[in-house]
Design a protein around this ligand. Sequence first.
Ligand SMILES: [Zn+2]
Ligand SMILES: [Zn+2]
Length: 75
Amino acid sequence: MSRCTKTSGLEIHHKRRDGGNGIDNAEVLCQNCHAATSTYGLEGKSPPEFSPHIKELALYLAGNQCQCKRTGGCH
Ligand SMILES: [Zn+2]
Ligand SMILES: [Zn+2]
């Protein structure tokens, strides 16, 4: 229902920490929503960076908009 409508400051979030760096593990989030994810900034093993190509593709598929639909109050 409520999707974040931010289109600036977008980052690519790893859906699952152990999910690799492919497009299926990429979620476009604005800085605010990214920081609100449970795994953001956690200590320990960080997932491999997305390649520039995957980032571009993820942004394209998301329509250059934050994909967050969480209801935790981040947007
Ligand atoms: Zn957002
Ligand atoms: Zn959000």
